[in-house]
Design a protein around this ligand. Sequence first.
Ligand SMILES: Cc1cc2nc3c(=O)[nH]c(=O)nc-3n(C[C@H](O)[C@H](O)[C@H](O)COP(=O)(O)OP(=O)(O)OC[C@H]3O[C@@H](n4cnc5c(N)ncnc54)[C@H](O)[C@@H]3O)c2cc1C
Length: 419
Amino acid sequence: MTVPRKVSRTCLRTVVDSGFADLSKMNFDISDEQKMVLDEVDRACRELRPFEDEAYLANRFNDRLVPIFRKAQLLGLPISRRYGEGQGADVLTYVLALERIGREGTGVRTFLSGHTSLGQVTVQKWGSEEQRQRYLPQATRGEKVMCFGLTEPTAGSDPGSLRTTFEEKGDHFLLNGSKAWISNGSIADVAVVFAYPREKREGMCAFIVEKGFEGYTSQQQKHKLGMPTSDTGSIFLDNCRVPKENLLGPAGKGLGVAYSGLMSGRLSVAAGCLGVIEDCIDEAVGYSRQRVQHGKQIGKHQLVQRHIGIISTNLEAAKNLVYKAALLKQRSDEQPDNKDLREHADIMIAKAKYFASNASYDAADRTVQIFGSSGYSFETRAPRHLVDTRVCRIYEGTDEIMVQKIAVGLLGTEFEAYR
Ligand SMILES: Cc1cc2nc3c(=O)[nH]c(=O)nc-3n(C[C@H](O)[C@H](O)[C@H](O)COP(=O)(O)OP(=O)(O)OC[C@H]3O[C@@H](n4cnc5c(N)ncnc54)[C@H](O)[C@@H]3O)c2cc1C
């Protein structure tokens, strides 16, 4: 391939590493195996929808989600078949499943992000074989719910400022601190949490902590803007006794464990946002065909068409980013020692999450506009997406953190806006 002289080394690496330098290799066809998985996901989502509708309007947790998804064996899709009902799905297949699940609402997908993408995937990647055997089968079967506790009341975008601490006491650790805004936080049986050694602000460690451990309590977060059907909670660790064997990953490498979990979590957010946009398109097109004003269907008004055209174009752009990020993540998972590939996947995931989150929020907003006052009632789907999908621009790395990460990928680490 001849490279124009003015293309920077970074740009060149981006093109070559992406796997799409040869355009003939671009292929988003769905294999028969993927189609089988997606059919099962679709069936489970259809079964879930009436319960989700009911729970949403009643402003309560949807307790049918786990049993229905368990029956369809969807609670451990990317987890190896060695562990309970893990399905061993590759990254793209899992992303496609999350895309379909995202149509049911950001709350439904968020449950899976917390339980699977953040909780189980992190244990699968960093856990010892004994830890995997102990925690993954019950999680893939939905007998135990998992969560990922990084954020604290005073540490969000800056996980380096965590205040939770641990100290070694013979055969166990004592953890002290609290975690806030944790997806599945008050219902989780098993949490991956992060803490610094007491009196030291380096050497963060990750731990697997069970709800039943002495000193562990949790509480539901109330009065949220959206996602009433899924749980968000706080976790309190008060001299929480954690057995030594529950240290997750190498001692002192907790920040790396957290960042790897966030890569998986961010990708799940981006995938779910595709589903939100697709559901908005269904709603917007259906209503535009049916609603008549000024003597014609509103879909015949050009300004309404503009909304639909923009939503649909953004969907295609978002899909390309999300699928490309998924393929890069897959390759990076297969080559764990390839640092360049991991960084490239990390930045592509940030782009996918940033773009898809904003596109889904925009799609929900435009769909509410198309519905007029009917779009102001939670009895229709678009306003639910509007309030629910707003969080995608905040959690797992805010818009601001994502764009800075993307920019630093081009400028170089000496331009990092924060440390
Ligand atoms: C519903 C929900 C579910 C969640 N689930 C989880 C979960 O499962 N696990 C978990 O660990 N956390 C979870 N979170 C927490 C979430 O990841 C954090 O809220 C998020 O990282 C932002 O942190 P913060 O809220 O403390 O905001 P802050 O970090 O205080 O940021 C406030 C504002 O300042 C901006 N800002 C901060 N630093 C910079 C900077 N250097 N440059 C530019 N702008 C900056 C931010 O972009 C933001 O606009 C969840 C949050 C919500 C709302």
